[in-house]
Design a protein around this ligand. Structure first.
Ligand code: ADP
Ligand code: MG
Length: 259
């Protein structure tokens, strides 16, 4: 009884947690019969579907867990707008070897120059390579650390962060921290040194980082570790947002003058 076989097979595949095989085996079996495929060929094609679905789901889950505020990728980034930025070097970084080598990256530059956009694109590339990533604004990270400490759960949070292959700390420098907050952030950065990668974006030049970390000694110690093996990109220039809005304003003005 084909139907009974189908029911039992579906139940087994469900129990074995092979949902794609369960969904596809009938259709594939019809195709295999029509094409006179051997059994192994049929089984191979069926398992390939399950493997492909699993890896797609894993990438999706890694991207979700990374917590990117908006999904921005390289395809929408206009490299010609940032002439000082090396596109080949950035795309080389997107291959992820720097993360395997436990190095760091810094994107430094004025607001609106695409730092968060590129940090997200690099993070997405890492997720697709099977790496564990988290994207967090520096201020939010410090708040999380302080709250965890209050609840005696700091070790747990630090262990979670430690499992990440890449921690992206965005917008360092917009907010300055309390001494305790700065020390906690320092601890996270220092813990990752030569063990796990860190990507930091900041509107401040390194020489200004003691505004955030309070105290020259802590800042020097932190920069020493962060920049030891670090890909540094300086992205100074006009804000892309500002330029785009000026362009559309000029466009509108030209339209009204014409009409
Ligand atoms: P930053 O983090 O440096 O302040 P963002 O990455 O947030 O800047 O960029 C601001 C906005 O402008 C975002 O919507 C971003 O996608 C866009 N943007 C910035 N630079 C570029 C660029 N070179 N090409 C395309 N979009 C860009
Ligand atoms: Mg930003």
């Amino acid at each position: 009884m084909a139907n009974n076989t189908h029911l039992l097979l579906r139940a087994n595949l469900k129990q074995l947690k092979l949902p794609t095989m369960a969904a596809e085996f009938e259709k594939l079996a019809r195709e295999a019969a029509a094409a006179n495929e051997i059994y192994e060929q049929y089984l191979l094609r069926l398992t390939e579907l399950e493997v492909a679905a699993r890896s797609t789901n894993a990438v999706r889950a890694r991207i979700k867990n990374a917590g990117f505020p908006v999904l921005k990728d390289f395809d929408t980034f206009d490299f010609t707008a940032v002439p000082g930025l090396s596109k080949p070097k950035m795309l080389e970084l997107a291959r992820g070897e720097w993360i395997d080598e436990r190095s760091n990256a810094c994107l430094i530059g004025s607001p609106g120059t695409g730092k968060s956009h590129l940090a997200t694109a690099l993070g997405l590339a890492a997720c697709r390579q099977g790496k564990r990533v988290r994207f967090v604004a520096a201020g939010a990270l410090v708040t999380q650390l302080e709250e965890a400490q209050k609840r005696y759960q700091l070790d747990r949070l630090l262990a979670q962060l430690d499992r990440l292959d890449l921690l992206i700390c965005d917008e360092l420098g917009y907010l300055s921290f309390s001494r305790a907050g700065a020390e906690l952030l320092f601890q996270v950065f220092a813990d990752r040194y030569e063990r796990k990668s860190l990507l930091v974006t900041s509107n401040l030049a390194f020489s200004e980082w003691n505004q955030v970390f309070q105290g020259e000694r802590m800042t020097a110690a932190l920069l020493d570790r962060l920049t030891h093996r670090c890909h540094i990109f300086e992205m100074n220039g006009e804000s892309y947002r500002f330029r785009e809005s000026m362009k559309s304003r000029k466009g509108r003005k030209a339209e009204t003058e014409k009409g």
